[in-house]
Write a protein that binds this ligand. Structure first.
Ligand code: RFL
Ligand code: PHB
Length: 389
């Protein structure tokens, strides 16, 4: 097999890159380890930045998003039972968010791939990247029990944090920056009407978040210890704990119901530099992880492949390698902005084990400062909104 760009991973980064490349007239083949049903079954992100919506629209991928997505002007912060405040991103930045599930984006991307007869191979095993330093890189793998080889000009590693692409970078080239947080998030999806606003709660019992997918689908999270197990969190315990972390009026407004999905995710910040070596490019979670507090992970995957698609498009159209050479630096600037913002919000909103009374007061008075200062709210809105492309 031969293609111009071999894409490893059919998550949002890989499938969207394939669409952007197609738009530029560049051929690609996507290699995915999991069956399609598995990829579509993952419940993950739900908040899209304006830039993400703009990129999807520019490639004709936002039809359903524009019909079914729920626009938001900003997010609410509440803490320790005190009154809440609204970070008005639209007022300060002129940008809106859209609540629309990553699951739906995956469906839309697979539908687009099907419409144009794209080559997406599922169930590939033992993927290995070869000759990424040379002019003729290859991906070798097994598919349906047979050894296969895909020759290409470039490889895009879009295979998430646990993928193989990043590990193909020579260790002496790869620099890693990491912070592991001492807690995780337990997330629950339920067929109940959500609260009207995406609301982040800082509470002595721990962080909580109210979010949504559509008018009859809510997504909630609570901070849990690293040793938490799903079987220890029956629905009743989850709802009690969630309500305990919101002010009484909001707790009362939360409509409970059976969970239709629940999962626990540990929190981590991670960046791999550079995002390119030879003919291998990393994009999305393969290159970086942010704690979900800033709702940035999926949005970064989209901005990475926007830059990468543009760079490869220019290469094939004009023979110019300028954008390819600047891809890593361009993407990393936006990545680090989001990494720092997500780290800041994680520190601001969570209860850290072993935090002293001093740490707690400092956190509370920072929240108090933000609630009273239009300048601080504007700065937070700017960070939460994300950089322009
Ligand atoms: P993905 O989605 O992990 O896709 C990678 C794909 O690669 C495949 N793969 C391989 N394929 C072939 N060979 C191999 N050796 C392979 N190894 C792996 C995998 O099967 C998979 O299909 O990475 P991608 O495309 O970079 O997308 C990143 C996003 O999924 C991620 O950043 C977001 O979900 C993060 N995130 C959020 N981001 C937001 O922007 N807003 C949010 O509100 C938000 N909330 C969240 C989140 C992530 C969460 N979890 C569970 C991690 C909430 C949660 C709870
Ligand atoms: C979600 O809706 O899943 C969500 C919203 C905001 C976040 C993280 C996740 O910060």
């Amino acid at each position: 097999m031969h293609t111009q760009v071999a894409i490893i991973g059919a998550g949002p980064a890989g499938l969207l890159l394939a669409e952007i490349l197609h738009h530029h007239g560049v051929h690609s083949v996507v290699l995915e380890r999991q069956p399609r049903a598995h990829v579509l079954g993952r419940i993950r992100a739900g908040v899209l930045e304006q830039t993400t919506v703009d990129v999807l629209r520019a490639h004709g991928l936002a039809g359903r998003l524009d019909r079914e997505g729920h626009p938001h002007d900003g997010m609410k912060i509440v803490w320790a039972g005190r009154s809440s405040y609204f970070i008005d991103v639209h007022q300060h930045q002129g940008k809106r968010f859209v609540a629309y599930g990553q699951t739906q984006i995956q469906e839309d991307l697979f539908a687009a791939a099907d419409r144009r007869g794209a080559q997406v191979l599922h169930g590939v095993e033992d993927v290995q990247l070869q000759d990424i330093d040379g002019a003729t890189p290859r991906v070798v793998f097994r598919h349906e029990g047979q050894p296969r080889q895909l020759a290409c000009d470039f490889i895009a590693g879009c295979d998430g944090f646990h993928g193989v692409s990043r590990r193909a970078m020579p260790p002496q080239v790869l620099q890693e920056f990491e912070k592991v947080y001492p807690f995780g998030w337990l997330g629950v999806l339920s067929q109940t009407p959500p609260l009207p606003d995406i609301t982040y709660a800082n509470h002595p019992r721990g962080f909580a978040l109210a979010s949504m997918r559509n008018p009859m689908l809510s997504r909630y999270y609570v901070q849990v210890t690293l040793d938490a197990r799903l079987e220890d969190w029956p629905d009743e315990r989850f709802w009690d704990e969630l309500k305990a972390r919101f002010p009484p009026d909001m707790a009362e407004a939360i409509v409970t119901g059976p969970s239709i999905e629940s999962s626990i995710a540990p929190l981590r910040s991670y960046v791999a530099e550079p995002m390119r070596h030879g003919r291998l490019f990393l994009a999305g979670d393969a290159a970086h992880i942010v704690p979900p507090t800033g709702a940035k992970g999926l949005n970064l995957a989209v901005s990475d492949v926007h830059y990468l698609g543009r760079a490869l498009g220019a290469f094939y159209r004009e023979g110019s390698s300028g954008l390819i050479d600047s891809y890593s630096a361009t993407a990393l600037r936006r990545v680090w902005h989001a990494v720092r913002t997500s780290w800041y919000l994680t520190n601001l909103l969570h209860r850290f084990p072993g935090a002293s009374a001093f740490d707690q007061r400092a956190q509370e008075y920072e929240l108090d400062y933000i609630s009273a200062s239009p300048a601080a709210q504007r700065a937070l809105a700017e960070q939460y909104a994300g950089l322009d492309l």
